[in-house]
Design a protein around this ligand. Structure first.
Ligand code: SF4
Length: 1018
């Protein structure tokens, strides 16, 4: 072998080093150095604080136990064969059925994978418009919710267990009195069967009222349409058709949005660029908190939430001089009228009239939504890039007003019975409402919920709700596609679905969900019902038609409404508090799911807690740093919560998220020493009149509170790991992502390799040869599509039985996720950085540094090019992790499953959640991404049976992360197939390898990101 010429260039030198994960890294301070110098998580023999592992595991519920039972050190268990084999079941072969998940009342079409009668994994349904094959984090985590041992398991009467028959008898006798004053408070529900029962309830009980209650619902959006167009219409955007997208504090790509998957699919498809002839649309985000949509935007402006209203009116006024239809804003001006962004946006929108979208965050005032609707109408976007849908099941009146009215009635003693379906207002209602107090005035409170939650505990009767995977149901997607919810398993705890619960109240008997749904669907089909029913169940969708989209025009009172709004607009001059749904727990309904608790917040990377997010300047003004506890007071209500500095956050603004600070909900959600969720309940600070923001008094308490944040874990310490360019730079220099374009020196060893007739630098190590008959697997991740949602992380966790380790262990840097999502800030300005996302799984290096150092050959290479782990051989030296430059190997510091199995209290249920195709690891074993080898091998076997070759056709095998990704950012396939999608991506000039200079030859590579910033805002 020829000696390589020494280079005096440092290996890390890149032309620009502008990527940083945290303010500590930017400052390169002691805190950052401490973690990176240690580099690998602390050794472990025992938990260090005296709490036994057993105690820890007891509190972790299904989340940890999923690490479970298939371990080769598991207790011996007997397996019995079927005495009567079900016709369709072949043991070891999964079956797939269509179903749909209600998300904030809207159905998302899913496909459930079932093993021997139990669902184990959920995927998006390609045929369903709300998923188009993708999923959100909530869709992925729903399987954990099904098997959560902390779900409510029985109806309760005054806290005592009763049978469902006893509830049925009670309902029949209690609701025989049809004159009583009943308040129905229900979460949003699009089910036609449910809404039929609602109509029956309102006609049967003459003194009943019905309120749809969602803490982060769409009421203001609907009211905005009413002000603008005279009807409560739902805007449904077509981002794929829009050349200019303007988000006014609307994080529509995040899982917290009810239509996030469809929107992410649309927008990312519009950003696919395969060569220099491609074009990008342009995305603008105006927002207070750094959001996922904001990080995907080409231009971002930080504004306080209370300034968005004035900004919107200024934009409408600027547009009124460019397009017709905005006379209501003509001549109006405010402090933003001369803002550079207003002129730029007005010019861009006017130039792209009919091909643009403007949207506002759902919690902004109705008047903001009215102005936005008028802008879309004036631009000709209405009917083109945005449809205004007439949704039959939304309330005709303002839900917020109806909720306020019913609470007033409750307080005044005007309600005899409250029926609360699914919602949890005792936890989520604004502090100013004092819902619990109102509830205590009522003689009979009946509730249906998943957990014995805050509302259930304040009710006289509680009924345990069946999970959507256990019960028949129906409903509509966000845009109006009708589907049936097909159960995958009998109710584990004999729970009732919403329609069965309501049927018991309205008709005196629970009935059968199946019959109730069939009755609804029979009404749609006079003939051929049986065939149609079978087709719907098979496809998971009945009709993909949208709701009616009437043509819209401005309502007669629009001008006067806007005149009132523009003359009353005001912004908070001091510090304001903004309350938003949490990125992973939403409004708190997912708080007991350990996968979601441990999924790092996509922007802050904080796990297991909520924090008070603020800009570095605001933190300085308050004299606080990360983890300093601040006291925040709004309208006399106070909370104490840890501060967290968020680069890019608006100044004089603090963002809080909901879902934390739970008491008694379940073992994961309830704070238990340092292992499970902590955080603070911030709903008391919420104000019913303006639920989004309020003026606040904030002060430092002098206390500190530890936060488990992963942003500096697995750091690549400023090495070259991310590449991006603007679309115009790409057109000028298509090779911008090449090593030579980025570095000040050529790929080490390449010159010598070329002289020897090689394409790649030569290696010190023996190189593996790969047989021609085998496929060669590779992955490419398009950074232009990825927006950092984290769905891939949860999909991988679900597919591969990855354990949750708890807050304390995350803090020690021991998180087990096989794919991590690195979020980098870009630029030297901590106030105005760009943010980008990079998923990092095992790179499956052809010259894998991990393989060279394993003393027992536990990590080796397969003939189809995968870096594989032989768990039985691993002796836990962790040399491989130390030698991995990508830091993607994960070590089991504890034997979670063994401990749990010998002490757990719900093993039967937990066993059902396991993916039986994946081996489970135990203490002392290294693990990492396998490219979902179980899926690969299944596809190879099928291909060999059908064609004689183990090379599956392109697209027949998808990794879990790839399948779940709502942005189609991940490509996987056989590199020996020149026509495979992944091979095409690897040939693209944007393709690059992370740390290429190390000559590890990773099989996973990246497509460099492209942006389209407006030069006028540079
Ligand atoms: S690659 Fe992962 S983080 Fe990126 S968009 Fe897809 S699922 Fe979300």
């Amino acid at each position: 072998m020829k000696d390589l010429e020494p280079t005096d260039q440092p290996m890390s030198e890149v032309k620009e080093t502008t990527y940083w994960k945290s303010l500590s890294e930017l400052a390169n301070n002691k805190e950052y150095q401490k973690f990176t110098e240690r580099e690998f998580p602390e050794n472990a023999t025992e938990l260090s604080d005296g709490v036994s592992r057993r105690g820890f595991l007891r509190v972790m519920g299904a989340s940890v136990a999923l690490a479970g039972l298939a371990s080769c050190r598991r207790p011996v268990q007997k397996i019995l064969p079927y005495s009567k084999q079900p016709e369709d079941v072949v043991e070891g072969k999964p079956l797939y059925y269509a179903t749909a998940m209600p998300v904030q009342g809207n159905l998302v079409g899913l496909i459930a994978e079932n093993h021997e009668g139990r669902p184990t994994k959920l995927e998006g349904n390609d045929m369903h418009p709300a998923s188009k094959g993708g999923t959100s984090i909530y869709n992925q985590a729903a399987i954990l919710g099904l098997y959560d041992p902390d779900r409510s398991k029985s109806p309760l009467n005054n806290g005592n267990k009763v049978s469902r028959q006893e509830f049925e008898e009670f309902a029949a006798s209690h609701f025989a009195n049809t004159n009583q004053r009943i308040a129905f408070i229900s979460e949003a529900n699009s089910s036609p069967t449910y809404n039929k029962l609602k109509e029956q309830a309102l006609s049967k009980f003459s003194n009943a009222s019905w309120v749809t209650y969602e803490p982060f619902g769409e009421d203001n959006v609907l009211e905005g349409s009413r002000i603008a167009f005279g009807s409560r219409l739902r805007p449904h955007y077509q981002y794929g058709n829009a050349d200019v997208v303007v988000s006014l504090n609307d994080d529509f790509m995040a899982s917290t949005h009810p239509n996030s998957v469809e929107y992410a699919k649309q927008l990312s498809a519009r950003r696919k660029v395969t060569d220099t002839s491609g074009e990008l649309n342009r995305i603008y985000a105006v927002e207070d908190t750094f959001s996922l949509t904001g990080s995907y935007a080409d231009n971002r402006l930080r504004l306080k939430a209370s300034q968005v209203e004035a900004f919107t009116y200024a934009l409408a006024a600027a547009l009124s001089t460019r397009v017709n239809g905005l006379d209501a804003f003509s001549g109006y001006s405010n402090e933003f009228s001369d803002h550079k962004w207003i002129t730029v946006l007005a010019d861009e929108l006017a130039a792209n009239a009919g091909n643009s979208t403007v949207s506002a965050g759902a919690q902004h005032k109705a008047e903001v939504h009215a102005a936005v609707a008028a802008i879309n109408q004036a631009l000709g976007n209405a009917g083109s890039t945005v449809q205004y849908l007439d949704v039959p099941h939304v309330d005709e009146q303002s839900s917020q007003q109806a909720f306020a009215d019913v609470v007033a009635d409750m307080k005044a003693g005007n309600i005899d019975t409250a029926v609360i379906v699914g919602a949890n207002p005792a936890y989520t209602a604004s502090g100013s409402v004092d819902f619990k107090n109102a509830l205590s005035n009522i003689e009979t409170v009946i509730n249906l919920s998943d957990y014995v939650d805050e509302t259930a505990r304040a009710s006289h009767w509680h009924v345990n709700r069946a999970h959507f995977l256990e019960a028949w149901g129906d409903g509509y997607s966000y845009s109006g596609a009708r589907s049936i919810i097909q159960p995958q398993i009998l109710p584990l705890h004999d729970g009732l679905s919403e329609i069965e619960f309501l049927n018991a109240i309205v008709n005196g008997s629970i009935g059968k969900g199946y019959d109730l749904v069939q009755e609804t669907f029979r009404s749609y089909y006079n003939t051929g019902f049986e065939n149609r029913w079978t087709t719907i169940l098979h496809d998971g969708i009945d009709t993909a038609d949208n709701f009616n989209a009437p043509s819209v025009s401005l309502a007669s009172g629009f001008g006067s409404n806007m005149s009132r709004a523009t003359s009353n607009v005001s912004t908070n001059s001091g510090i304001e508090v903004v309350i938003k749904p949490d990125a992973t727990l939403y409004d708190g309904r997912y708080a007991n799911l350990g996968w979601l608790q441990e999924l790092p917040d996509p922007m802050t990377k904080v796990t297991w807690d909520n924090v008070a997010l603020m800009s570095p300047a605001t933190a300085e003004q308050l004299g606080v740093e990360n983890e300093d506890v601040v006291e925040i007071t709004v309208n006399g209500q106070s909370v104490r919560i840890a501060a967290w500095l968020q680069p890019g956050h608006a100044d004089d603004s603090i963002t809080l998220t909901t879902g934390y600070g739970r008491k008694g909900l379940g073992r994961v959600a309830t704070s238990y020493i340092d292992y499970t969720a902590g955080g603070v309940d911030v709903y008391p600070l919420r104000n019913a009149e303006n639920a989004l923001y309020a003026s606040a008094d904030v002060s430092s308490t002098g206390d500190t509170y530890e936060i488990a944040c992963v942003q500096d874990h697995h750091s690549l310490e400023g090495r070259d790991m991310y590449r991006q360019a603007s679309i115009s730079e790409y057109k000028e220099n298509p090779d911008f992502a090449s090593f030579e374009s980025v570095h000040t020196y050529p790929v080490p060893g390449m010159k010598e390799a070329k002289e020897m007739g090689e394409d790649e630098p030569i290696s010190l190590f023996d190189e593996q040869t790969y047989p021609d008959y085998e496929p060669q697997w590779g992955m490419a991740i398009d950074l232009n599509s990825c927006f950092g949602c984290g769905v891939c992380v949860i999909a991988c966790q679900s597919e591969n039985n990855i354990p949750v380790i708890g807050k304390k262990e995350v803090k020690n840097g021991r998180e087990m996720h096989w794919i991590r999502n690195d979020r980098y800030y870009v630029g030297d300005n901590a106030d105005e950085p760009q943010a980008v996302h990079q998923p990092v799984p095992c790179m499956h290096c052809e010259l894998a540094p991990c393989e060279q150092v394993c003393p027992v050959a536990a990590t080796t290479h397969s003939e189809d090019g995968m870096n594989q782990m032989t768990y039985n051989r691993c002796i836990g030296t962790r040399y491989c992790a130390n030698n991995c430059p990508y830091k993607v190997r994960r070590f089991n510091f504890f034997n979670y499953p063994k401990e749990y199995l010998t002490t757990g209290d719900d093993p039967d249920i937990i066993q059902m959640a396991m993916n039986p195709e994946v081996t489970v690891r135990f203490r002392g074993v290294m693990e990492k991404c396998t490219y979902c080898v179980q899926r690969v091998n299944r596809a190879k076997i099928e291909a060999k049976k059908e064609t004689g070759s183990p090379k599956p056709a392109d697209g027949t095998v998808k990794t879990a992360c790839q399948q779940a990704c709502p942005a189609d950012a991940i490509y996987f396939g056989d590199l020996t197939d020149d026509n495979s999608e992944v091979a095409k991506m690897k040939r693209n000039e944007r393709n690059f390898q992370m740390l290429e200079e190390l000559n590890t030859r990773p099989r996973t590579s990246y497509m460099a990101k492209l942006t389209n910033p407006n030069p006028a805002l540079a």
